[in-house]
Design a protein around this ligand. Sequence first.
Ligand SMILES: [Cu+2]
Length: 340
Amino acid sequence: MRRRDWFRLSGLGGVAGLFAGGLATFGQSFSQPKVSPTRGLGPVAAPPAGPAATTSSPHAVHGLYAQAAEPPLHLGPDALAALDRPPRAGAGARQYELHVREGRVEVGQGAFVDTWTYGGTAPGPVIRATEGELLEITLVNDTGAAHSLHFHGAHDVGEDGWQPVNPGERRSYRILAGPAGLHPYHCHTPPFARHFARGMYGVMIVDPQGGRPPAHERVLSLCGWDLDGDGRNELYAWNGIAGYYHRFPLKVPAGERVRLYVTNLVEYDPVASFHLHAQTFDLYRTGTALIPHEHTDVVTLGQTERAIVEFTLPRPGRYMFHPHQIHMAERGAMGWITAL
Ligand SMILES: [Cu+2]
């Protein structure tokens, strides 16, 4: 399916048509699930589930913004807790064994991708350490293809991890965590874009000595999913599941500090962003400085670029967030933060 076909289909019935028709054209590499006309719909046919609906008229709210992707029906409100709630500062493990796995994952309702992952989820596990801690991270390749594990940030060049690890083999890397900040890790094996786009990435939080001030912390890693193998993304997803935070908002207390670790892990699109509605935030680019670079409501992120953003939501309510690349927001990356 070509991009303009998506736009042409994006009318009221078009999204269902896309999922039903689009998936059916994926050929041999994807299954062809039966998608009823009401499945996969966002704007009209599927009002938001209870947890997301805080107004008396969920249908009306739902129709007021573009949101064309729903999460898989079997996922509940805590399904992404292991990815969006980082380990406590100081409580991260120092040794990790990341098994590269392959498998078909439902990344949006009725939308399946043949993934390669670190440990079964895309993104992979959130690694957390304090600056200067020595981490031993072992890659175990359980797939039939070569893969690798490369960390951003500073480390010994001999531990850089770009070299392929063959099927059935393992390799350990000793990473001295640093500098303080937010650093992605990912596969670096050619064809690089394909490995990346199939889910081989994650993030590492490196806390400064002495830590950061107390806050309610969440991780938001933006992913893109190429459903038909044409080198373009059809779905976008915070923490891997399209539409998830539209259905299940992040929840934080009103009046208390919130810290988001935001990373752009989208392949095939040159740029993405994070935009928060109704409140501005302190922006720490890459998280490497302890003084904010800027106070804003949108941060633009190139591929693998990341930022720590901090804010307080002054009163209870639902605060929208999304990339300001609207096609991404409409196709799965629109979300809510509910202040309670
Ligand atoms: Cu790979």
